[in-house]
Design a protein around this ligand. Structure first.
Ligand code: PXP
Length: 248
């Protein structure tokens, strides 16, 4: 099976994290987004959190103005975020779970338990022309529910796999990889487009990039961190190279 080139979405949230540490204008996430485009990013991902801890409303306004690649707008399933998405109509909206006290998006969305509510929530987004993606764990129950509510895309949460890798727990790493592989195949068989992301690094990206059903990876924290050492464009180009190598 060949589903074509694997897309790389660069998540620029943590450029805004550094900016907000001082409350000023630098570094500018929009400049990072434009540079990411030049380095070969196929899309830009930004998460407007309810507490605005990194990306701001003004950043989203700016991204919608300056980007020539698609914006993947990550948001919680709240009325406020839905209104913002409907105003901007980004290429894609990725619905993520959000907890105030978490440091990052810890788990996937509980779709199965909230099926009716989420079906109503995403319908206007789809009608507005956004591709709706649901960020979920590699769990068949959640994939079935995402399919039933009418999502076009699922993004598989790779955090547990990356954590197991970092902990040196190779049995768990392999089990997580098996689950991700099986669920990518399953979701694709239902007609869902499959994305993946969270916690991916140069060391963990290859096995995920090699899954033929996965069409997009969204990667942020590691790339922004690595750009301190390499510069943003080389950091992105290296991720792109590793993805292409794994795909081949
Ligand atoms: N995909 C989703 C849905 C996310 O919430 C995040 C984190 O914001 C990412 C991908 C990127 O994760 P990381 O910053 O760890 O690469």
């Amino acid at each position: 099976m060949n589903l074509g080139k694997l897309r790389l979405g660069v998540n620029i949230d943590h450029v805004a994290t550094v900016r907000n540490a001082r409350g000023g204008m630098y570094p500018d996430p929009l400049r990072a987004a434009k540079m990411a485009e030049q380095a070969g990013a196929d899309g830009i991902t930004a998460h407007l959190r309810e507490d605005r801890r990194h990306i701001s409303d003004a950043d989203i306004d700016g991204l919608m103005e300056v980007l020539t690649v698609p914006l993947n707008f990550e948001m919680a399933a709240t009325d406020e975020m839905q209104a913002i998405a409907l105003r901007h109509k980004p290429h894609a909206v990725c619905i993520v779970p959000e907890k105030r006290e978490e440091r990052t998006t810890e788990g996937g969305l509980e779709v199965a338990r909230e099926e009716n509510k989420l079906a109503h929530f995403i319908a206007p987004l789809r009608e507005a022309g956004c591709r709706v993606s649901i960020f979920i764990a590699a769990d068949k129950r959640q994939i079935d529910a995402a399919h039933r509510i009418g999502a076009q895309v699922i993004e598989l949460h790779t955090g547990a796999y990356c954590d197991a890798f970092a902990d040196g727990d190779f049995a768990k790493r392999d089990a997580e990889l098996d689950a991700l592989r099986d669920m990518a195949t399953y979701a694709h068989s239902l007609g869902l487009e499959v994305h993946a992301g969270h916690g991916l690094t140069y060391e963990t990206v290859a096995p995920i990039a090699a899954f033929p059903e996965v069409q997009e990876l969204n990667i942020g924290h590691f790339i922004i961190g690595e750009s301190i050492f390499l510069g943003l464009e080389p950091a992105i180009r290296e991720m792109r190279r590793l993805m292409d190598e794994a795909r081949a």
